[in-house]
Design a protein around this ligand. Structure first.
Ligand code: GDP
Ligand code: IMO
Ligand code: MG
Length: 435
């Protein structure tokens, strides 16, 4: 801090929600800059569980400003649902602590239908999307046919732009996907009504965040998904449709890249992936199942069982370097408490060749066989530990071994889902200077 980007360094679900909520105590502003309600960020406070999809994970701290930047694909229905869900649980949410960019793109009903229909067309090549309309919305943004939040607030503009969009989308829905067309009048009524509900939250969030930074406020940028799902640098085409790391902040929040002070990655002590696509260190055997059960690895957005496997050193080094991480946070370390042996992927074999560094886009990750090395498990419950020196010697040995393999300092460990289950490490002050 004062401007820190915290991003997922693996395939998503690294525990970003929990960590951002914790770090938000020392921040003034928490900003989401990409993705949409495909995200599911879990925050557990004193046993009460909150799953946030669009709203930043600072929302449980009353005095913090939470910002949904221009880089998001916002489903107004989900936005309102989430605001109301929080209010019903006594969390104060209004235009004073939650801001929504007028330039964020809007996810409409047709985006969600097309997301599902495109997946059906892809058949075995499907991506396994969350079905939240993310890809089709970002596609329209790039094609310059999308509508932005500001458009929902201007009846004439909304009618003109939605009519133009639906003319094409209805042709696609009916002629290609064999679905019923959507009625312009019905859609207009529904979304303009939603627009009115959004109005109190809407503003020029880029200007608001820049002004806060200039005023010396602490800003925390909250990534969604993970570096390996980045549209440019991830395992394309099995990715999401945005830039998920620090690479997404400038465009997605209107915050100059050179103003960023610190970048911190988050990764589990093992790996998970939800959806299709290559996952080199996936464990298809009993250990994968054991990780899933011990870590309760089921999607926070779709409920799908997550694919589980071992920590991947090559992917981690790549994602931390790519995003310029000063340090990283290792989460879910406690999930490995009962393992006799803990494995780590330290090299890839592809076509008889051994890679010890990320092999680049010309290698198909589906062809990779990983080389695993092992550490001895500590077989102790560490969920109650709060100081690094109180961890079992074997746990520290594992952490320091992985840290050395990755080559970037681990600044914090997480040993349980609750807000307070963290272990700071030397270096945290450096990575989160002035926090
Ligand atoms: P996010 O998308 O990165 O915010 O992560 P998710 O919320 O989708 O998934 C992380 C899951 O792990 C959630 O169920 C969290 O409550 C849980 N969690 C976070 N940190 C820890 C931890 O250190 N240990 C354990 N056991 N669970 C954790
Ligand atoms: P958080 O923020 C894990 C995955 C989907 C699919 C691919 C594309 O909770 O870490 P999309 O709906 O974005 O077009 O799907 O990306 N995916 C995630 N996986 N965590 C997420 O978010 C994800 N958001 C999308 O499963 O493989
Ligand atoms: Mg998640």
């Amino acid at each position: 801090m004062p401007a820190t980007c915290v991003f997922g360094a693996q395939w998503g679900d690294e525990g970003k929600g929990k960590i951002i909520d914790g770090l938000a105590r020392d921040a003034d502003v928490v900003v989401r800059y990409q993705g949409g309600a495909n995200a599911g960020h879990t925050v557990i406070v004193g046993g009460a569980k909150y799953v946030l999809h669009l709203i930043p994970s600072g929302i449980l701290h009353r005095s913090k400003l939470n910002v949904i930047g221009n880089g998001l694909a916002v489903d107004p229905l989900k936005f309102i649902e989430e605001v109301e869900g929080l209010r019903a649980r006594g969390v104060a949410v209004d235009g004073s602590n939650l801001r929504l960019s007028s330039a964020a793109h809007v996810i409409f009903e047709h985006h969600k239908r097309i997301d599902h229909a495109s997946e059906r067309w892809r058949g075995v090549g499907r991506i396994g999307t969350t079905g939240r309309g993310i890809g089709p919305c970002y596609a329209d943004k790039a094609a310059r046919t999308g509508l932005r939040v500001a458009d929902l607030l201007e009846p004439e503009r909304c009618r003109r732009r939605l009519a133009a969009a639906l003319a094409e989308k209805n042709a696609l829905l009916t002629q290609v996907h064999g679905e019923a067309p959507l009625s312009l009048e019905e859609q207009l009524e529904r979304y303009m009504h939603l627009g009115e509900e959004l109005r109190p939250f809407v503003g020029d969030t880029g200007a608001e965040v820049r002004a806060a930074y200039r005023a010396g406020k602490q800003i925390l940028f909250e990534g969604a998904q993970g570096a390996m799902l980045d549209i440019d640098h991830g395992s394309y085409p099995y990715v999401t449709s945005s830039n998920t790391g620090s690479d997404g902040v400038a465009a997605g929040a209107g915050f100059p890249a050179r103003w960023m002070d610190r970048v911190v990655g988050i990764a589990k002590a093992y790996c998970t992936r939800v959806g299709e696509g290559p996952f080199p260190s996936e464990d298809h055997g009993a250990d994968g199942v054991k990780i899933r059960e011990a870590g309760n690895e089921y999607g926070a957005t779709t409920g799908r069982p997550r694919r589980c496997g071992w920590f991947d050193v090559l992917a981690m080094r790549y994602s931390l370097e790519l995003n310029g991480a000063d340090g990283w946070i290792m989460t879910n370390l406690d999930v490995l408490d009962s393992f006799e042996e803990i494995k780590v992927a330290t090299a890839y074999e592809v076509g008889g060749k051994l890679h010890t560094q990320w092999p680049g886009a010309h290698v198909d990750l589906a062809d990779v066989k990983v080389r695993l090395e092992s550490a001895k498990g500590w077989k102790t419950d560490i969920t109650g530990v709060r100081r690094y020196e109180d961890l079992p010697a074997l746990t520290r040995k594992y952490v320091e071994w992985v840290e050395k393999l990755v080559g970037v300092p681990i600044v914090m460990l997480s040993v349980g889902p609750d807000r307070d289950q963290i272990i700071p490490r030397a270096g945290l002050e450096v990575a989160l200077a002035r926090a």
